[in-house]
Design a protein around this ligand. Structure first.
Ligand code: URA
Length: 477
């Protein structure tokens, strides 16, 4: 008897595979009689008959569908046959097949799905867009070499994150192109079709160097997490050998230095709490700052701060950023976002081409709240009462600057601007309104990026933060 030859239109086309598998089952064709291949691939040695055209429906456990949809993206040419064999066995009465963890077919399918998921995870973390100027404006183009046929499925991830940009992802097997409204899949390309370098590469390197902790270096774990094969398409990878070579010396220096000594305290500045508070009636930013500094009903902890840290930037700035509260360095300098979170913020602004001096940067809470512990001052988050205390000042400040777009950095700023406690992760990147009706784009606080424990998460979240800032830039361009 001739074998049955089934030709699928694409290498990971689950719908087509399912339609063919249903027909084969309805015609009771056992798995060993079927040859599967993708259109354009060479056929096997044996003569093949076309598949039967019999209508059929089969009920399979949801778990099989979920597993099959992922496993079919594996590059192993045997995946279609393996899936059909599992389906055949289930249809023959082995309804609990997938629960049999020791079954060789199940082991293989689970391993395939795991490998596909891992590949997708690496794509999210390690794909790097570079800017290309085209006739229609900027396009972001990335070259990536996935192990499996994951591109089409993973476009969902990039549409969610970078829906506001125009982008292309090129891989050896296929490409995806987003023009802001339509997604188009195309043929594969070559590495030379993607731009080799852009200005953002230096920032990736700087960011990587900033988050690299020499004292935590575990080379084997690092290579497992960021396999060397991805390095050639990642600008920051060029830094890795140098950082690894320097790590022992830097770690030894860190131990020798011990805990960082805090900078010498300045005298609390002369903007002391007066006996009688003037009305908060400033009609310019300086008057507002003085009015706040002169309050005699500040929250009690504010008395231990060095000084009031007010916002800075030009009146009429198109973009206004609101953070949480000054940290240790801001308290000493009297300026917002000049410490570690500020440096990361500056880097992200530079990456998207926003000139900080043209923006207005401020905080929801204007004094550094901390717990003194020995020689360090431990940041203490503001509570609802603190946020409520400074809110009228923030609203007035934002109203005076009158920006086209307000960007809240983190949950405190979002709460101060909307009057509502919300999870930033649920609303980030979606423009809403401040309580006073100004457009508001919520995103995460830069220090959130500094706290993430693993490098994948850091890189993924960095890319999302940069994308949010890019959206803010585009909205006010
Ligand atoms: N974090 C903030 O929210 N604001 C600053 O100014 C510094 C750190």
């Amino acid at each position: 008897m001739l074998g049955i030859g089934v030709i699928l239109p694409g290498p990971a086309d689950f719908a087509a595979w399912r339609a063919e598998a249903r027909k084969l089952l309805a015609a009771a064709i056992p798995p060993e009689q079927v040859e599967w291949r993708v259109a354009g691939e060479a056929r096997g040695l044996f003569a093949e008959a076309p598949p039967p055209d019999v209508a059929g429906a089969v009920r399979v456990p949801r778990r099989f569908v979920d597993l099959a949809q992922v496993a079919i993206r594996h590059r192993d040419p045997a995946r279609f046959a393996l899936l059909y064999r599992a389906l055949w066995r289930i249809a023959q009465g082995d309804a609990g097949l997938l629960e049999t963890a020791t079954d060789p077919d199940v082991i293989r399918l689970e391993a395939m799905a795991k490998s596909v998921r891992r590949d997708a995870h690496k794509m999210h973390a390690f794909l790097r867009f570079r800017e290309v100027a085209t006739e229609d404006g900027l396009r972001h183009v990335a070259w990536f070499e996935p192990e499996h046929h994951i591109l089409e499925a993973e476009t969902r991830f990039f549409l969610d994150r970078f829906g506001a940009m125009r982008w292309s992802i090129l891989t050896p097997q296929a490409s995806a192109h987003w023009d802001g409204t339509t997604l188009r899949m195309g043929p594969g390309g070559a590495r030379r079709d993607a731009p080799p370098e852009d200005a953002g590469d230096d920032l990736w390197r700087a960011y990587y160097a900033a988050i690299f902790n020499p004292a935590r270096l575990k080379p084997a774990a690092m290579r497992a997490e960021m396999p060397v094969k991805y390095w050639r398409n990642m600008p920051e990878a060029r830094e890795i050998p140098r950082l690894m070579a320097e790590a022992p010396r830097r770690a030894a220096e860190m131990v020798a230095r011990g805990a960082t000594a805090p900078a010498a305290r300045r005298q609390r500045n002369t903007l002391a709490v007066p006996e009688v508070a003037p009305e908060m009636d400033g009609d310019d930013l300086d008057a507002l700052r003085r009015a706040l500094a002169a309050r005699n009903d500040l929250p009690p902890w504010a008395a231990q701060a060095t000084q009031l840290v007010f916002g800075e930037g030009p009146l009429g700035a198109a973009l206004l950023f609101v953070g949480e509260q000054p940290g240790d360095e801001e308290d000493l300098a009297g300026r917002p976002f000049v410490g570690p979170a500020g440096r990361l913020f500056d880097r992200a602004l530079a990456e998207v081409g926003i000139d900080r001096t043209g923006t207005y940067v401020t905080n929801a809470v204007k004094h550094f709240k901390f717990t003194p512990t020995g020689r360090r001052r431990l940041h203490q988050g503001p509570d609802a009462g603190d946020i409520a205390y400074y809110r009228p000042f923030l609203r007035k400040e934002v109203g005076l600057v009158a920006p086209r777009l307000v960007v809240s950095l983190g949950a405190t700023a979002l709460r101060a601007l909307t009057g509502k406690a919300m999870a930033v992760t649920k609303v980030r990147g979606v423009v809403t309104r401040t309580e006073d009706g100004l457009p508001l784009l919520p995103t995460v606080h830069p220090s959130y990026l500094l706290r993430l424990p693993d490098r994948n998460a850091q890189e993924r979240e960095w890319a999302r933060f940069v994308a949010d800032l890019k959206a803010a830039r585009m909205a006010t361009a």
